[in-house]
Write a protein that binds this ligand. Structure first.
Ligand SMILES: *Cc1c(COP(=O)(O)O)cnc(C)c1O
Length: 400
């Protein structure tokens, strides 16, 4: 590779306009479906929310779905439905968005961090097992970047120890494991529909389950603990058309009907989005497998992945720059990256509660060299080529 002067040192940038690491795709169909609901009778609690829940069941194959206002609320509801509380421990990964651990804290439980697999970056089943105590009640397993976790092994560990398995599939709508869709592989599966995720409703989330008892608890947790289902009334107030019952302490975590309309329209394009995302991943993999300074994330053969993020991992021993210098150089070439994620227990909230650096050495080592490069269906082949060109240019400059 020829050494070409980097934009950050006054060279010519690879692109003039800057690419971000993620971007939603909203088309006229999406906009029409939203305006139709806005012109109708129900802005919330209406038929479009019901239609969305049905659609999520269709897409995932789950028996029940509860749509909520965001993915964090989905995780909170799952922890409530699992009956987690004070004194309970919940095992999760540090290589995730903080909400995967925070949900345990919301209900008074304690997150415990298990380490990740050095090749896939997903939670390591052996490390889950090593962290189980008599206080452990649940596992929150995150399908990092969209790749399915090792479901068979994690399921077996949870069954053997009587743990509730919550899947944080915020990255993984559309992903399959041995042909089975995310949404049916845990006791409960949580999704997020934030704009950087594969499909969006602006803000939005959902929990799926096949268990009717968990479904009831999830519904109550997200709807003020109130039921309108007469068959389930426990008695109290005499009968009348105004009667409903508050049975548990729940929250208002509802999604609106116009968001539901947007999400239904987006879910109609899920296959198209997934396919384009994977095409881009393959282009990146092919280019980066040839560069010794780049470590390519590995996939387990069981996962048919809808990829949410592309992790560019630098082998910093082979480069004369820091991750920060590489990141800044990418930005000046016109490629805005992001880092997914700072290990959750590095944050002051956790550090102040006694979590120490060194807990998960593999995750910490991965964190040191990673940044997420642009991955979304709107990218053109030329955009993808620009990203590859920028990476090659910067690697050539800093190659030892
Ligand atoms: C986005 C995300 C969440 C939270 O979802 P919100 O909809 O933003 O609340 C939870 N877990 C992971 C892994 C995420 O990426």
């Amino acid at each position: 590779m020829e050494k070409e002067k980097l934009a950050i040192f006054g060279g010519v940038p690879v692109r003039k306009s800057r690419l971000s690491y993620g971007h939603q795709w909203i088309d006229d169909e999406d906009i029409e479906s939203v305006t139709k609901v806005l012109r109708g009778d129900y802005l919330t609690c209406g038929p479009t929310t019901e239609a969305l829940e049905k659609k999520i069941c269709e897409v995932t194959g789950a028996k029940y779905a509860v749509a909520v206002c965001n993915g964090t609320a989905a995780l909170h509801c799952a922890c409530i439905a699992a009956g987690l509380g004070e004194g309970d421990e919940v095992i999760t990964t540090p290589l995730t968005f903080a909400a995967s651990a925070n949900c345990a804290v919301y209900v008074g439980a304690t997150p415990v961090f298990a380490d990740v697999n050095p090749r896939t970056y997903n939670i390591d089943p052996d490390s889950i097992e090593a962290h189980i105590t008599d206080k452990t009640k649940a596992v929150v397993a995150v399908d990092f970047t969209g790749q399915a976790v090792e479901h068979d092994r994690i399921r077996e560990i949870c069954d053997r120890h009587g743990l509730t398995l919550i899947i944080d599939a915020a990255h993984a709508i559309g992903t399959k494991y041995k042909g089975q869709s995310e949404g049916t592989l845990g006791d409960m599966t949580c999704f997020s529909f934030h704009p950087v995720k594969t499909v969006t409703s602006g803000e939005g989330g959902a929990i799926t389950t096949n268990d009717p008892e968990l479904y009831k608890k999830l519904y109550l947790a997200s709807h003020h603990g109130i039921t309108h289902n007469e068959a389930e009334y426990k008695g109290g107030e005499p009968e009348g058309p105004w009667v409903y019952e508050m049975q548990t302490l729940g929250y208002n975590y509802r999604i609106t009907d116009f968001q539901a309309a947007l999400l239904i329209s987006q879910l109609n394009k899920l296959d198209k989005f997934s396919k384009r995302r994977w095409e881009i991943v393959e282009k990146y993999n092919k280019a980066f497998e040839e560069i010794p300074e780049i470590i390519v994330q590995q996939e387990i053969p069981e996962s048919e992945t809808t990829r949410h993020l592309y992790i560019l991992r630098l082998d910093l021993d082979k480069l004369s720059c820091t991750r920060r210098e590489f990141f800044d150089a990418m930005r000046e070439e016109g490629i805005q990256c992001q880092v997914h994620y700072v290990p959750v227990y590095y944050f002051p909230f956790y550090a102040e509660r006694g979590y120490k650096k060194g807990l998960c050495p593999v995750a910490e080592d991965i964190y040191k060299g990673i940044m997420s490069i642009p991955l979304y269906p709107l990218l053109t082949d030329e955009d993808v080529d620009d990203v590859i060109t920028a990476v090659k240019k910067i690697v050539a400059w800093y190659r030892k």
